[in-house]
Each structure stands twice: as structure tokens, then as C-alpha cells.
Design a protein around this ligand. Structure first.
Ligand code: G16
Ligand code: MG
Length: 215
């Protein structure tokens, strides 16, 4: 029986995709990398900051040193933080707070399992913190999804076994990570049909079969 739910953050609870895209695009433009597209940005979903940078640099016409890459990742993060300054409750996806409150009422433990090192800031700014029991994020982990580390840390913080947890994700890497960690998954978001999750719905607020999913 499912006793805890681990939610990915970006694309599941909040919408920050556009901000990530704009920050990476600004960096790509500065580096005169012209081929960085929204399709490339789709592949960055759920992937760590450094792995996302590699996707941007695929189209560069020179090789960057590790030191340069660290500087570029930091520069992008500063652009992203500038955009996050304006973030508020309006970034929360449709009816997410109502769904979380309903799941809490059923007695479930709720956690976030996000690749983002900015997860605590985002949860604070959007007013989502009070709905969550634990946070596992990029600050707790060294391996990026599809490695299950971020979800296993979340399960451990909830004091549950992986088999007692359900992962909710919008990225293929995240669904793969859930399976690798021995957890059932619910795929949501614009690409939900492509994720090969155990259960699927276009958005969290459109899930009709919680009883079946949580049994
Ligand atoms: C999120 C985004 C990714 C981003 C990653 C790291 O993952 O979907 O695009 O690269 O966080 O973010 P940051 O640079 O803020 O540490 P998730 O797991 O919340 O979907
Ligand atoms: Mg995501």
C-alpha cells in the first residue's frame, strides 16, 4: 500500500520551465550558440544543472574546460535567480494546493524529489512549504535522474520503504529513476503519454483514480 507520495517540482507542482528556458537561452546567445531550441530545452526537464549545460554546449563550436563550465552554470543560475525573484503563488500549477491538501487528509506523507538546488526557494516563494513533510533536492544528491538517488533520499526522509512510495513526474528521466528505485510512478504534464509511467494523467488535478493508484 502506498503511504507516501514524492512529487517532482518543476512541471508537476510549479511551472518554471519557461524561466529555465529563458536563462539558458540568454547564456546560449552570449556564447553565440544559435541552435539552442525549445526542443533542446524539453530534454533538460528534470536533468541536473551540469547535465543541462552539456545539452546547451552540444551545439557550441569549441570545447569548454571544466572550470569554464562551472562558470557558465553559475552564470545561468544567476539569470534564473533573477527571474525567480518575481515568482509567487501564480507559478503553482492548477489546483495543486487542493490536491495536496486532499492527499494529506487521506493520511499520506508528502515529499518533494527535485533535481533543483533552488527547490527550497521555489517552495517558499510559492507558498507550497506547509503542504510538504520533507524535501529532497539537488542539495542532497550527487547523482542526477535517471539515477534514483533523489527519490531514495526522499523515501528515507519520510521513513518509508521505496515500495511504499509513489513518484509523480513529468520527465522521462524521472520516471526511469522511480522504476530504478523500486517505486511506482504517475506521469503527468504535456508529454505524459510518452513517459511509460505506471499511471498517467495530463495534470495532477485531473487524476481521477487515486483509490486505484494508492492501493
Ligand atoms: C529541475 C528542472 C531542470 C533543471 C533542474 C536543476 O528539475 O526540471 O530543468 O535543470 O531542476 O535545477 P537548478 O539549476 O535549479 O538546480 P525537477 O527535478 O524539479 O523537475
Ligand atoms: Mg520536472
Amino acid at each position: 500500500m502506498i503511504k507516501g507520495i514524492i512529487f517532482d517540482l518543476d512541471g508537476v507542482l510549479v511551472s518554471t520551465d519557461e524561466m529555465h528556458y529563458l536563462a539558458w537561452k540568454r547564456l546560449a546567445d552570449e556564447l553565440q550558440i544559435t541552435g539552442f531550441t525549445r526542443e533542446d530545452n524539453r530534454r533538460q526537464r528534470g536533468v541536473s544543472r551540469m547535465a543541462s549545460l552539456e545539452i546547451v554546449l552540444e551545439k557550441a563550436d569549441r570545447v569548454y574546460t571544466e572550470e569554464e563550465k562551472a562558470e557558465l552554470a553559475e552564470r545561468k543560475n544567476n539569470y534564473y535567480l533573477e527571474l525567480l525573484e518575481h515568482m509567487d503563488e501564480s507559478a503553482v500549477l492548477k489546483n495543486v494546493k487542493e490536491v495536496l491538501a486532499g492527499l494529506k487528509e487521506r493520511g499520506l506523507l508528502l515529499a518533494v524529489g527535485s533535481a533543483s538546488k533552488n527547490a527550497p526557494v521555489i517552495l517558499e516563494k510559492t507558498g507550497l512549504l506547509p503542504y510538504l513533510d520533507k524535501i529532497s533536492c539537488g542539495l542532497d544528491t550527487t547523482k542526477s535522474k535517471p539515477d534514483p538517488e533523489v527519490f531514495l533520499v526522499a523515501a528515507r526522509k519520510l521513513e518509508l520503504s521505496p515500495g511504499q512510495c509513489l513518484v509523480v513526474e513529468d520527465s522521462a528521466a524521472g520516471i526511469e529513476a522511480a522504476a530504478a528505485g523500486g517505486m511506482k510512478s504517475l506521469g503527468v504534464g504535456p508529454f505524459y503519454r510518452l513517459l511509460h509511467a505506471d499511471y498517467e494523467a495530463p495534470m495532477l488535478c485531473e487524476v481521477q483514480n487515486w483509490d486505484e493508484i494508492l492501493k
